[in-house]
Design a protein around this ligand. Structure first.
Ligand code: NAD
Length: 494
């Protein structure tokens, strides 16, 4: 059976621990590969290699911006050349359906390298000569060793979104994928190795969050942590790493409101709602998991969901026609089912779904029905907490003020959507809802190159665009005196 190795200092290596993690296909429960299970010692080696790569005069530090861009474009080409292999690997190990991994994830990853390669010349500072004989300039310098700790969902995209701006700015990187999702990430590293990144500039460590992730996060030689994952984990990482004062990009959890007014085009709104909550089986940070629907149209919208949700094509994720696959793991499936049970105990009613799918071949995998819970109230845990599965909670509201209040009534601030034919109201709601992304009359659609920042406990970062690149740099002020001159401050120095 394949054993996935780590990539440290330009070499593929297995951990001295001798331990491995089984990689399970969640569509059928079978072990499809194994990954070496790293330790804190492996993290030390990877960070030391990255630190050497950052030293003045190293092969990485002496690359010009054009050289870095060329490497990144080559990496993007090589990722795309592996598109089919990457998509199949990700689908088999994560259960994410092929039509998503093949046509979205791979290009999200290659696109991040390509996009940030195009910005390498934008790392400019400012200059001022207002003090006569002195020229003051600010320059943008790389930070140093950047750690990228990635989640299992959308693993290629989130990993590349952290790596690409870090590398474009000249930083070496150490990546730690989720122990559930190392397969496609390791293949991406094959592309980076083939592209010719100098030893130590790109490193991959594998293992558990508790051992390898926390050792990386707390490492004193790591200058920045780019973490994408749950809010509790993010909080833990900030706490553990506080002693060495690092920079953070934290992309954390969400519980995004999807607001539907009675003047909305309901046909489009329900289509987008289903896309927003059932894509990737709801395992999407910006999933529109809370429907807030205006009282007058609530019954009609629920009838539309009852008619349309059962038509979702649930199937084996590798089948190109499958629209909806399994949960990522048995443990995650059980967590999602526990939340559905909890919702019912709290007083919610199951309108659609609500169960594990166990008939025939589905019984070997970890499938949960697309689920809609009605009669939900704001205080319920199913409304407040991120379930990260195909579970939509439904609440009604009377007017715009109440819709905004309910939308803002959780600790999260990642994303949200509003559907209305009144553009003035759309803008008021987009401004009033305290999230990093708002969509009006759309959901899960964006424009490449535009930056985004999570609000409240959904994190702290600037992701995307030039603003996202600058997050991987530190400003330096340089003062150049044209003619050496004494200060004249202390007497007797003339
Ligand atoms: P997670 O927090 O359990 O794990 C994320 C990563 O952190 C993994 O690599 C894990 O091994 C590592 N980790 C775990 N404990 C650690 C510790 N103590 N120290 C250092 N690293 C540790 O999240 P997950 O279950 O992999 O992913 C799902 C979560 O990610 C959801 O909450 C989802 O909303 C969030 N997410 C957010 C975004 C975003 O852009 N905001 C994108 C994707 C996923």
């Amino acid at each position: 059976m394949d054993c996935i190795a780590m990539y440290i200092d330009g070499q593929w290596v297995e951990s001295d621990s001798g331990n491995v993690t089984d990689i399970v296909n969640p569509a059928n429960g079978r072990v499809i590969a194994q990954a070496t299970r790293g330790t804190a010692a492996d993290v030390d080696n990877a960070v030391a290699a990255a630190k050497r790569a950052f030293a003045p005069g190293s092969a990485w530090r002496t690359l010009t911006a054009d050289d870095r861009a060329a490497l990144m474009v080559k990496a993007a080409d090589l990722i795309e050349a592996r598109a089919e292999k990457l998509a199949v690997a990700e689908t088999n190990s994560m259960g994410r359906v092929y039509r998503e991994t093949r046509y979205d994830d791979v290009y999200a990853a290659s696109g991040a390298f390509r996009y940030y390669a195009s910005l390498v010349h934008e790392l400019q500072g400012k200059a001022s000569a207002e003090n006569g004989d002195m020229m003051t300039v600010t320059v943008r310098e790389p930070l140093g060793v950047c750690a990228v700790i990635a989640p299992w969902n959308y693993s290629m995209g989130t990993t590349a979104a952290g790596m690409a701006p870090a590398l474009a700015a000249g930083n070496p990187v150490v990546v730690k994928p989720s122990s559930l999702a190392p397969v496609a990430t390791a293949m991406m590293f094959e592309a980076l190795a083939e592209a010719g990144f100098p030893a130590g500039s790109v490193n991959l460590v594998l293992g558990s969050g508790g051992e390898v992730g926390s050792a990386l996060a707390a490492h004193p030689d790591v200058a920045k942590i780019t973490f994408t994952g749950g809010t509790e984990t993010g909080r833990d990482i900030i706490g553990r790493s506080a002693t060495s004062v690092k920079r953070y990009s934290m992309e954390l959890g969400g519980k995004s409101p999807f607001i539907m007014f009675d003047d909305a085009d309901l046909d489009v709104a329900v289509d987008r709602l289903m896309f927003g909550i059932f894509l990737s089986q709801g395992q999407v940070c910006i999933a529109g998991s809370r429907l807030l629907v205006q009282q007058g149209v609530a019954e009609r919208v629920l009838d539309m969901l009852k008619e349309r949700v059962p038509k979702i094509r649930i199937g084996m994720p590798l089948d190109p026609d499958t629209e909806f696959g399994p949960m990522v793991s048995k443990r995650h499936m059980e967590r999602v089912l526990d939340y559905i049970r909890l919702g019912v105990e709290e007083g919610a009613r199951i309108l659609i779904g609500g169960h594990r799918i166990a008939e025939g071949a589905f019984g070997e995998g970890y499938f949960v029905e697309p689920t809609v819970l009605v009669d939900c109230t704001q205080d319920m845990r199913v409304v407040q907490e991120e379930i990260f599965g195909p579970v939509l909670t439904v609440q009604t509201f009377a007017d715009e003020e109440e819709a905004i209040r309910l939308a803002n009534g959780t600790r999260y601030g990642l994303a949200g959507g509003v559907f209305t034919s009144d553009l003035g109201r759309a803008l008021r709601v987009c401004s009033g809802v305290n999230t990093g992304i708002m969509w009006a009359n759309a959901y899960l659609e964006d424009t490449a190159g535009m930056a985004v920042s999570p609000h409240r406990q959904s994190g702290m970062s600037v992701d995307g665009g030039l603003d996202g690149l600058l997050e991987y740099t530190v400003l330096k002020q340089i003062n150049l005196k044209m003619t050496p001159a004494k200060s004249g401050w202390f007497a007797g120095m003339e």
